[in-house]
Write a protein that binds this ligand. Structure first.
Ligand SMILES: Nc1ncnc2c1ncn2[C@@H]1O[C@H](COP(=O)(O)OP(=O)(O)O)[C@@H](O)[C@H]1O
Ligand SMILES: [Mg+2]
Length: 224
């Protein structure tokens, strides 16, 4: 294993099956994702993007093939721990907790792990600063923020767990062009300056044009 390879997919397949038919949503997918790079996965609706994402996050297991995190087969790992500590998801609709303040939203994943508020506050403040949100935002509620600001909070929350892989499903889908571009540059600098492996699923060609690597899916297959 090359030491920058963090997530390796080796001949990965995924089939949705029922009594009548089976759909091969991911078909012989081979790829090594590395730390420090910003990836865009593109493809038409139905090409397998969401399915691939759910395999990488460990929400589903491949029908065939192997996925390795830092050289270790996901099958041999504790999936709850993998999802809690090693990968973070960022959503199109932000998924913030409406009744928690900005700072509380970002601290929440660590509180779930049993850590005390007073011990984690500084970490949450630091991650918010990395997305460009200073103290004046800490006590606001999500409803008092623009879409772009909400997505920054969601990114800070994804960073606070210490995960090195950030997976985002259409993170700019609900944003105007300017806010979308800002989110993309934050994600890109997290990859380039902080060493995260950032993987964005999108049909936004503007994101694809600034990505380090573009993976194009067609009928579950990597075509480029
Ligand atoms: N729960 C499911 N049951 C059966 N087929 C599914 C299910 N979810 C997705 N599919 C099929 O798998 C293929 C890939 O879907 P998906 O991963 O959602 O693609 P994308 O995110 O690129 O739009 C499509 O043909 C879709 O119809
Ligand atoms: Mg999808």
């Amino acid at each position: 294993m090359n030491d920058t390879n963090i997530l390796q997919l080796d001949n990965v397949n995924y089939e949705y099956r029922n009594k009548y038919q089976s759909v091969k949503a991911v078909n012989s997918f081979d790829y090594d994702f590395k730390k420090g790079l910003f990836y865009a996965i593109t493809g038409k609706s139905g090409s397998g993007k969401t399915t691939l994402l759910s395999l990488m996050v460990g929400l589903d297991t491949p029908s065939g093939g192997i996925i390795k995190y830092m050289g270790e087969d996901l099958k041999d790992m504790n999936m709850d721990k993998y999802r809690r500590d090693n990968v973070s998801l960022i959503y199109q609709d932000f998924n913030l907790f409406p009744l928690l303040t900005v700072l509380e939203n970002v601290m929440y994943p660590l509180q779930l792990k049993g850590q005390k508020k007073k011990d984690i506050r500084h970490l949450a403040v630091e991650k918010l600063a990395m997305t460009g949100l200073d103290e004046s935002y800490h006590k606001r509620y999500p409803s008092m923020l623009s879409g772009g600001e909400q997505q920054r909070v969601a990114i800070a929350r994804a960073l606070v767990t210490g995960a090195t892989i950030l997976l985002a499903d259409e993170p700019t889908g609900n944003l105007d062009t300017e806010n979308g571009d800002n989110i993309v540059s934050i994600l890109k600098s997290l990859a380039h300056s902080e060493g995260y492996c950032v993987i964005v699923v999108t049909h936004d060609l503007d994101i694809a044009s600034v990505a380090d690597e573009v993976l194009q899916l067609k009928d579950g297959k990597l075509i480029q």
